[in-house]
Design a protein around this ligand. Structure first.
Ligand code: GP9
Ligand code: MN
Length: 639
């Protein structure tokens, strides 16, 4: 008996040793690949530690499942499959600086056609990445036969490993959240996902996303588009006759100003204007001072979605990630069909917000990303290329674009944490109780300076005669966590109503032929597309748009936020409470009820289109045309 126990101990020890070696080897390899081969931009020790820790839960999971399904053989299969998945990603990364996603696998034929051939990407030294596979196979299968039985993994052990993976993953996620809150909900950037949860967990996550998307899409059918079309027919308002085609055939440069809120416009700090250039520029164009952002977790990308589609982004996650393979009939595509060349200019990694994938779905011809800019240590700071340099290099690119063009620039410097090199600080920091807000004033001031250089250079260029600018803020920069400091600066108490009003962002149309005007209409980013398209005199045949022409006299003065709150001509509705829009005073909540209802209905309609990928049914549903007024009259007379 004593002997038996000793024997058991020996068995257990050996088994644990083999487990430890196999798991250890895989862990080391995965860590090496994640930190040595991929360039994940580890910024601090905490991130480096997360990166070193994150393989563990996925290793436990895949080995656990392998053993559970097929014992020792299963463990080896997991080892081989795991290694192959990592290697496939290495090859993909070498070509695209990105990670494989399921929708990308579906486009594999396209990818193969575009990239270099696979043998060019492979290198003979890659074989070294498989040495451990041989060792694992040897350890698991070729040790002396009498010892072999000592470490036969039991299925039960597989189950235990797979279950232990869960708390390890939870720890991983909680740790990652110290660096990036709502990591999974915001489905930020694949680079960040891999950095924080590891390559294999990232694939599990991607598969879950895909499953969810496919399910909603599969269950949808073309009938679901009918209530949406009916709703839009009922709520539609005519576009402006006066502004129709006023910029027909012209080039359009849209400028998305990072984190720029309306409250800075016309404001001062230490007796100096925060946006001196923009303050003058807005006097020369059509300026909207009741215009709101409507983004949610997808931030900049949500604003891009609103502009391109005139549909609402999603309440959870970034639609740029979750529904990038949907069918859209986006503005760039429509412009493209009308002879325009379309492009985006943004000096960040092309994979950020999944832009490289989504821009294809939106029909954008060309995406000039970081790799197309000269980015050096001297000309960048914080998030990357400083706005001045970004604007200058972008203007050079624009001069070479095929006309007419629609291009959109996305600035970067005025992004949290709002830091600047010393020589770019054109104003003293603020002196509120929030260091973030204090620095924000400086980056806003710098952005205005960069904008000035761009617009002035643009005015000197040949483009000026035939190009209009549409300048707008993408979303807030100062969150509600800084309400107190905001109150100190603005000299008023920031309550719910004021916080809501702070979600206004600037919007300006500027260029030759545009008559100056200060416009007080209540609107949001969802309205940009119909406004611009009417000015261009282009009518797409996509009736699924939730926005209303901002320049129409008869427009519906209603701006709905992603939370189901709203601003109308008279009221502001926030979380069931009703406010007078002029005075900010709380009023009888019943007054807001119908509009809350409409807000909810509209968001539900928009979501159904995205979740069900309903635009793919657009052609077959076109038969459901509205009965126009004349016909209605005729019917009445006949009755
Ligand atoms: C990154 C830039 C900023 O490319 O658009 O994104 P944000 O964090 O503002 O959504
Ligand atoms: Mn942004």
């Amino acid at each position: 008996m004593f002997k038996g126990k000793k024997h058991f101990n020996k068995n257990t020890k050996l088994k644990l040793l083999v487990y430890a070696i196999v798991i250890g080897m895989f862990w080391i390899k995965m860590s090496y690949i994640q930190s040595g081969i991929f360039d994940l931009g580890v910024e601090n020790t905490n991130q480096a530690l997360i990166l070193a820790f994150n393989p563990l839960s996925s290793i436990l999971l895949i080995f656990g499942l392998g053993i559970l399904l097929a014992g020792r053989k299963g463990m080896l299969v997991s080892y081989i499959l795991g290694s192959l998945i990592m290697y496939a990603n290495i090859l993909f990364y070498r070509e695209y600086s990105d990670f494989i996603t399921i929708p990308m696998l579906e486009q594999v034929a396209n990818l193969a056609g575009m990239g270099s051939s696979i043998t060019n990407i492979m290198s003979p030294t890659d074989a070294l990445l498989f040495i451990d596979v041989v060792i694992a196979a040897f350890l698991l299968f070729y040790l002396k036969p009498e010892r072999l039985q000592l470490f036969l993994p039991k299925r039960r052990e597989g189950l235990i490993l797979a279950i232990i993976a869960i708390p390890f993953f939870i720890v991983n996620l909680a740790w990652a959240e110290t660096e990036r809150t709502d990591l999974l909900e915001r489905t930020f950037d694949r680079n960040k996902l891999v950095k924080f949860i590891g390559l294999i967990n990232y694939h599990v996550y991607d598969a879950v996303l895909q499953g969810r998307t496919e399910m909603q899409r599969t269950l949808a059918d073309s009938n679901e588009l009918v209530p949406v079309i009916n709703y839009l027919n009922e709520t539609s308002t005519p576009s402006s006759d006066k502004y129709e085609s006023i910029i027909e055939g012209k080039n359009v440069i849209a400028i998305s100003l990072e984190s720029t809120q309306e409250f800075v416009v016309g404001k001062e700090l230490h007796g100096q204007e925060l946006t001196p250039y923009f303050n003058d520029l807005k006097e020369e164009g059509i300026y909207f001072d009741n215009f709101y952002h409507q983004v949610k977790q997808g931030r900049t990308s949500d604003s891009e979605f609103l502009l391109a589609n005139s549909m609402y982004p999603l309440n959870r996650g970034a639609v740029f990630f979750t529904h990038s393979s949907n069918e859209y009939e986006a503005m760039p595509e429509v412009l493209g069909n009308n002879g325009y060349s379309t492009s985006i200019m943004h000096a960040n990694d092309k994979t950020f917000w999944n832009r490289n994938v989504m821009y294809d779905s939106l029909g954008i011809d060309e995406y000039y990303s970081k790799q197309d800019y000269k980015v050096t240590e001297e000309n960048s700071y914080g998030w990357g290329l400083l706005d001045e340099n970004f604007f200058a290099q972008s203007l050079d690119k624009m001069k070479k674009l095929e006309e007419p063009f629609y291009t959109r620039m996305i600035t970067l410097t005025n992004h949290y944490p709002f830091t600047l090199p010393e020589d770019k600080k054109l104003i003293e920091e603020g002196n509120t109780s929030s260091a973030t807000l204090n620095r924000y004033f400086q980056t806003i001031r710098y952005q205005d300076h960069a904008l000035k250089q761009f617009v002035e250079a643009f005015k000197q260029s040949e483009l000026y005669d035939n190009t209009i600018l549409m300048i707008y803020g993408d979303h807030f920069g100062i969150s509600e966590n800084h309400q107190k400091a905001m109150g100190e600066y603005l000299g008023k108490d920031i309550n719910e109503f004021e916080q809501f009003q702070l979600q206004q962002v600037p919007l300006l149309f500027y260029g030759k032929g545009i008559e100056p005007q200060e416009n007080h209409t209540v609107g949001g980013q969802v309205d940009l597309r119909p406004t611009l398209m009417n000015m261009l005199g282009i009518e797409g045949n996509n009736p699924i748009q939730f926005g209303h022409d901002l320049l129409s006299e008869e427009r519906r003065q209603l701006m709905i936020t992603r939370d189901g709150d709203f601003a109308s001509e008279k009221y502001v509705g926030i979380q069931g409470e009703c406010y007078d829009r002029q005075t900010g005073e709380k009023i009888d909540s019943e007054l807001c009820e119908p509009l809350f209802k409409q807000a909810k209905e509209e968001l539900t309609m928009s979501d159904s289109v995205i979740y069900g990928d309903l635009l793919r049914y657009l052609d077959e549903t076109k038969v459901v045309e509205p009965i126009d007024e004349q016909q209605k009259q005729k019917q009445k007379q006949e009755e």
